[in-house]
Design a protein around this ligand. Sequence first.
Ligand SMILES: Nc1ncnc2c1ncn2[C@@H]1O[C@H](COP(=O)(O)OP(=O)(O)O)[C@@H](O)[C@H]1O
Ligand SMILES: [Mg+2]
Length: 262
Amino acid sequence: MEIEPRPVLVVQNISKEYATARSGSRVVALEGLTFTVNEGEFFVVLGPSGSGKTTLLNLIAGFEQPTSGTLTVNGKPIVRPGWQRAVVFQEHGLFPWLTAADNIEFGLRMKKLPRSERKQLVSKYIGIVGLKGSEDKYPKELSGGMKQRVGIARALAVDSDIVIMDEPLGSLDAQTRSEMQDELLRILQREKKKTVLFVTHSIEEALKLADSILVMSERPGRVKQIFTIDSPRPRKVLTDPKMIELNVALHALLYRSQQQKA
Ligand SMILES: Nc1ncnc2c1ncn2[C@@H]1O[C@H](COP(=O)(O)OP(=O)(O)O)[C@@H](O)[C@H]1O
Ligand SMILES: [Mg+2]
């Protein structure tokens, strides 16, 4: 039986302009974006550098407000940051003075959970992301992949409505990145109905992970097209004919305009 999708994040006609400090001229980072992310969906935002992906995530996280338009999570307008929208940052964003376990516990403190419950959740997520034995290490003692695992555990442990990830694997070497993509899928399979908004500029990463792919235009960032992928995971991104076809379509959308200019 098909279950009716339930919208979690609704973005309606949002634009974001920045005033540049010196000249006072304005930069339009986002223009007229409209889309919906449903419960349990792995929603990928794919776009070239400068297309406003981080700007979009900052609005969803509540770090900034749009110039116009509205954003709601579970029907409530986004007005400030909160644990309901957990963020995994591009450069992991761990507190260097806290251990892996204390970094994960941080969000649970914001949520004001009692100590015993916090300890239980930290231990559960240390296990899920495969960091048993490293819980007392500080970020500087961890590899890039391990730091991202802590960042992911921290975001998942708070049980937010939506997990926002800004190129979380972008700083890893190719092999670790590929392993972490598999790992992320494995972790999310255990987390029922986790809604994820994931930013990347890698087509391959998008194809491997996404239920939906929103393709952004170059600045000002607009929605070019939204694709849905219903192929089961793990996917053979480089050999499955369906994936190859999508790959070609995404390449054409992302790079044709640039080639024409060159
Ligand atoms: N705080 C800011 N002030 C002025 N311009 C900004 C600011 N943040 C981003 N921009 C501009 O908005 C555009 C989109 O940036 P960004 O969201 O970081 O893109 P992406 O993450 O896709 O690379 C860029 O042209 C960038 O220079
Ligand atoms: Mg960015």
